[in-house]
Design a protein around this ligand. Structure first.
Ligand code: GUN
Ligand code: ZN
Length: 370
């Protein structure tokens, strides 16, 4: 069996596990870097391996438009095309169409939209999303779903979660490859009863993994924890749980406590490109004059290439002069930071000290003046 998930240690709802895919095993809990255009912006495959990345995420929406799934398939799928032959996960496109497509028209059939590149009219349906994801060849593929914006009317949330269930059924029926695991996505906004319905109906499909979708779309920060808590109470313990689009360090620590296994977000790479470095206390703005003379690394406890070789002073210089290297070095550090955060979480769960770890982390965060 190429795809298998095993829970290894459990402490309260938090757990460590191992996910086997056709392109390798990955430890959980885990952060997955986003490689929207089949590249994690600025980083080479060798660097990804060095910082401890174990699965890379790519987007159906972007790769459908360019370079086109037929071309990727001819060149060996994402693994052959990019030369990254560890596990890949592709998102289905539903979420990206909502945020990037122009003149979107959602119907039962799917989502019609105009390409943000050249205006071409494109129809993305569950069947088309799965066909494209089969051409891209990721190890994990996502069901085609509708992710409502925040805030949305309750009546719309209900209709949309019901449609997402019908689209899941169509996604499954469209699948022809047996070497890809299809994850279902739950919706329902932040309405507890709708979330419950969405989760209970989704798990009836007995899928190899489940994602919690529709969060981190602008709802108040305190709204997420109860939704994740009730979701992980209902999701089967023996399947991986993926909290989509979540990537702030405090949300990862809280998500792990509630039994989430996988996360992804553009936050570490995007905030790096804006000149910010992630640290336990929050983030350092290396565009600020305040670090101009500081010979210290971003984080003396970090083992990344950036922290082992460069000072805050030099990084501040690179950011202020808008040099490409600065953006790369910060993305490298930020991703390593989140991978290390998940390593620390796994070690704490194994030692039975995750509660102390999470409390200690929250107490150190955002001190006065950070
Ligand atoms: N990425 C972040 N949230 C979502 C979601 O709800 N659905 C999908 N497909 N991708 C996401
Ligand atoms: Zn570092």
């Amino acid at each position: 069996m190429a795809f298998e998930f095993r829970v290894l240690h459990q402490q309260g709802k938090a757990r460590t596990g191992r996910l086997a895919t056709p392109h390798g095993e990955v430890p959980t809990p885990l952060f997955m870097p986003v490689g929207t255009q089949a590249t994690v912006k600025g980083l080479s495959n060798r660097e990804l391996v060095e910082i401890g990345s174990r699965i890379v995420l790519a987007n159906t929406y972007h790769l459908l438009l360019r370079p086109g799934p037929e071309r990727v398939a001819r060149l060996g799928g994402l693994h052959g095309f990019t030369g990254y032959d560890g596990p890949w996960l592709t998102d289905s496109g539903g979420f990206q169409v909502m945020s990037l497509g122009h003149r979107r028209v959602i119907s039962e059939e799917g989502v019609a939209f105009s390409s943000h590149l050249n205006g071409d009219r494109i129809l993305l349906t569950p069947e088309r999303s799965i066909a494209v994801q089969e051409q891209l060849g990721a190890d994990i593929v996502m069901a085609f779903d509708e992710c409502p914006p925040f805030p949305s009317e309750r009546a719309y949330l209900k209709r949309s979660l019901e449609r997402t269930l019908r689209w899941l059924e169509r996604s499954l029926a469209a699948k022809t490859r047996s070497d890809q695991a299809l994850f279902g996505i739950t919706q329902g906004g932040v309405e507890p009863d709708l979330r419950r319905t969405s989760t209970l109906e989704t798990i009836r499909f007995d899928l190899p993994g489940y994602a919690i979708g529709g969060l981190a779309v602008g709802e108040p920060k305190e709204a997420m924890v109860p939704v994740v808590d009730l979701s992980t109470d209902l999701l089967p313990a023996d399947r991986p749980r993926y909290l989509m689009g979540v990537g702030h360090p405090e949300d990862l620590v809280a998500g792990v406590a509630l039994g989430v296994d996988l996360f992804d977000c553009v936050y570490p790479t995007r905030t790096g490109r804006f000149g910010y470095a992630l640290v336990d206390e929050g983030r350092l703005n290396l565009g600020s004059a305040r670090h101009k003379d500081d010979p210290a690394p971003i984080d003396a406890a970090c083992d990344c290439y950036t922290c082992r070789n460069h000072s805050r002073a030099y990084l501040t210089h690179l950011v202020r002069t808008e040099e490409l290297l600065g953006l790369r070095l910060l993305s490298l550090h930020n991703l390593r930071y989140l991978h290390r955060l998940m390593e620390r979480a796994r070690a704490a769960i194994e030692a039975g000290t995750y509660g102390d770890f999470a409390r200690g982390f929250a107490e150190r965060r955002w001190p006065e003046g950070a």
